[in-house]
Design a protein around this ligand. Structure first.
Ligand code: ZN
Length: 106
């Protein structure tokens, strides 16, 4: 189990470079180079919202809660143990702080 925080711009840029080859063309006419330049132009401590505004997909800077099915910035990742039994193709379950708080009230 580990605490989650929003992904940093540096992490997002590294992942983006891995996932999209240079000069990859998107349906909207932009290219992976354009997107990378826009990401590199953001301040080093760019917020998840600023990253979303460039990429247009929340999954790059935030996590997806297995319970409420919303993207979140802060929560817990449950790794290994029983998590392996329930989630296909992933050994990690992400849960937001809001759902953790609700669980504690049960
Ligand atoms: Zn949640």
């Amino acid at each position: 189990m580990r605490k989650l925080r929003p992904k940093s711009l540096k992490e997002v840029i590294e992942k983006y470079k891995e996932q999209y080859p240079r000069n990859c063309r998107f349906f909207d006419g932009k290219s992976s180079n354009n997107m990378l330049q826009e990401l590199l132009a953001l301040p080093p401590k760019a917020s998840p919202k600023q990253i979303f505004n460039v990429i247009g997909n929340e999954s790059w800077a935030r996590h997806f809660c297995a319970e409420c099915k919303e993207y979140f910035s802060r929560g817990i990742a449950f790794e290994g143990g029983e998590a392996e039994m329930y989630v296909c193709n992933s050994r990690i379950i992400y849960v937001c702080n809001s759902c953790i708080r609700k669980a504690l009230k049960l």
